[in-house]
Write a protein that binds this ligand. Structure first.
Ligand SMILES: Cc1cc2nc3c(=O)[nH]c(=O)nc-3n(C[C@H](O)[C@H](O)[C@H](O)COP(=O)(O)OP(=O)(O)OC[C@H]3O[C@@H](n4cnc5c(N)ncnc54)[C@H](O)[C@@H]3O)c2cc1C
Length: 404
């Protein structure tokens, strides 16, 4: 593993590289083999100094080092009275790694984390430092880039004045009523996540509402008959809620409410695998019903399913490219063969509905099945060949999923 400390060290590494011999790495939180290589991993950990975060004079953007974790970046911004629009469920991931895979939080009007990127700076496969800004022709291809174009060293992100969020968890929602009123339910606040174990296939275990105190009204007394939980919850009912961010309507800073998990705790359920399919909003209800039909077979393999809505964007390889999307997420037990035996059954139902697999989570579809899901698929492949003509960043994952 190499841990370059500045752009010159990154350039030196890439200039000496052979085809397939280097691969950028963030905080290694992906479940797919997207960051694997038989060559040298280039860690972003040396490009993660919080003192390198520079806020623009107009306080509308900040230049951040690629390897900084969202949790640390959030603390720096919060100390300056600023905020990011959204965060993923955990604050432990690096900015470059999260953006590269299209990582998202929730909210009908919130795009994925990559939509906050204004500019991306990377050392491409020829050793050149490339800067692409929003509005540049190739920019929309270069943000969710799967580490295929180069090693990102810094990004400019949109920031905004800090805000407070209050979180309320509702328990036991009737699934059919929820599907009939899906837009209303997912629009009751800034960010809404639904969690269910399918133990009772007709009931969704929890709805997590994150309200912006400066914009949203009061939390409703009930949602589709479900009442607020009087106790703090973990997304998996019954698991100790100590790692969860504060709930019960108590307002707090954005960085302590937008993620589901606290930075100081090991995230989620510990030993696990994850898969997620981002389904166009137009077919999402059909997709959720298709998953419910598999409930009996899913249950033994599953810690929990999370459903979230993500606003459309124009990024070529984003799961929400060109459409509002609903993420159907599965936190599995750590049994890779059993999960991989289940995935064909999920994919044969979901892919025909336009579902795009999360690049950082476990999925099976290959380039042939993925290409029709992304209108700019071939444009991305051409962009990758322009910036990495010798394929120094190409690994087995990129060969299988993008035919690079
Ligand atoms: C507990 C848990 C919860 C999660 N919750 C969410 C969630 O809420 N929403 C969601 O969408 N996803 C979620 N994920 C998935 C996770 O956000 C993604 O897998 C994300 O990519 C991980 O970031 P990372 O820094 O660990 O990247 P890595 O896994 O290290 O790398 C991912 C990709 O980014 C590339 N990359 C990394 N650094 C660079 C760089 N400097 N330059 C160029 N390319 C780079 C790598 O080559 C690789 O292709 C979760 C994962 C875990 C473990």
């Amino acid at each position: 593993m190499a841990t370059p400390r500045d752009v010159d060290e990154v350039r030196a590494l890439v200039r000496d590289a052979r085809p397939g011999s280097v691969r950028p790495l963030g905080t290694r939180h992906s479940f797919s083999p997207i960051a694997d290589t038989r060559g040298t991993l280039v860690s972003s950990a040396g490009l993660a100094d919080p003192s390198d975060v520079v806020v623009a004079p107009d306080r509308a953007s900040a230049r951040v080092p690629a390897g900084i974790r969202y949790g640390e970046l959030a603390r720096v911004l919060h100390a300056k009275g600023l905020a990011l629009a959204n965060l993923a469920s955990l604050p432990h991931i690096s900015v470059a790694g999260a953006v590269a895979t299209g990582t998202h939080g929730s909210g009908v009007r919130n795009g994925s984390l990559a939509t906050a990127v204004r500019a991306v700076e990377f050392v491409d496969g020829t050793g050149e430092l490339v800067v692409l800004r929003r509005g540049d022709a190739a920019f929309d291809g270069a943000v969710v880039a799967l580490g295929a174009l180069g090693i990102v060293v810094a990004l400019d992100l949109d920031v905004e004045p800090g805000f407070e969020v209050a979180q309320t968890v509702y328990r036991d929602l009737p699934l059919d009523a929820l599907l009939d009123a899906f837009d209303e339910a997912t629009s009751i606040g800034y960010s809404v996540s639904l969690f269910t174990t399918w133990r009772e296939p007709d009931v969704v275990d929890q709805l997590w509402l994150k309200r912006r105190v400066d914009r949203d009204g009061e939390a409703p007394a009930s949602v589709l008959g479900a009442r607020p939980s009087p106790i703090e919850m973990h997304p998996i009912a019954g698991v100790d809620a100590a790692s969860s961010t504060p709930q019960r309507g108590v307002a707090g800073p954005w960085l302590e409410r937008l993620p589901h998990f606290r930075l100081e705790f090991t995230p989620s359920a510990g030993e696990e695998l994850q898969s997620e399919y981002l389904v166009p909003r137009a077919t999402a209800i059909e997709a959720i019903r298709a998953v419910r039909e598999l409930a009996l077979d899913l249950r033994p393999l599953l810690h929990v399913t999370e459903l979230r809505e993500i606003a459309a964007d124009g990024l070529w390889l984003s799961g929400a490219s060109g459409t509002n999307a609903v993420g159907l997420h599965f936190t599995w037990v750590a049994d890779q063969p059993a999960v991989e035996a289940m995935l064909p059954r999920l994919e044969e139902r979901l892919l025909p509905l336009g579902a795009r697999p999360h690049w950082g989570k476990v999925f099976l579809a290959d380039a042939e099945r993925l290409a029709p899901l992304y209108p700019r698929f071939d444009d991305f492949r051409a962009l990758a060949r322009t910036h990495d003509p010798d394929g120094v960043f190409v690994n087995d994952f990129l060969r299988a999923k993008l035919a690079l």
